[in-house]
Design a protein around this ligand. Sequence first.
Ligand code: FES
Length: 136
Amino acid sequence: MTSLSNEISRRSALTATTAVVGTGLLAACGGGDDATAAKKVDISVDASNVPVGGGFIDRTNSVVVTQPTKGSYKAFSSVCPHQGCQVGQVTEEAIVCTCHGSRFDPKTGDVTAGPAEKGLPAKQVAVQGAKLHVTG
Ligand code: FES
């Protein structure tokens, strides 16, 4: 091979790699209506995973379960309505999306700070002994 064809091959490989990485980032960050649409779930969560004044994020099923007061459980989609990131943290005051800082009420899922303009869609929670049955 000549050095010119080597350079062309190297550039082609870099372009292909960039395209794959770019596609991966788009899939991870979402950004469209599909990315922020709530998934239907029918799952069981150990109640012991959900602390009082905190929460549990199930990234596989895109669900966040909170326990704002002892024995009172709430569940929401964990997909941020801003651009589709999974929420990253639950505190006593807020469910926080760490992508751009949106905050949601852990009792209602309502947005309390943007850039998100909508709250987290609610799920139903039924306590079944030591398990929480989350649907919706
Ligand atoms: Fe959550 Fe932007 S995706 S704040």
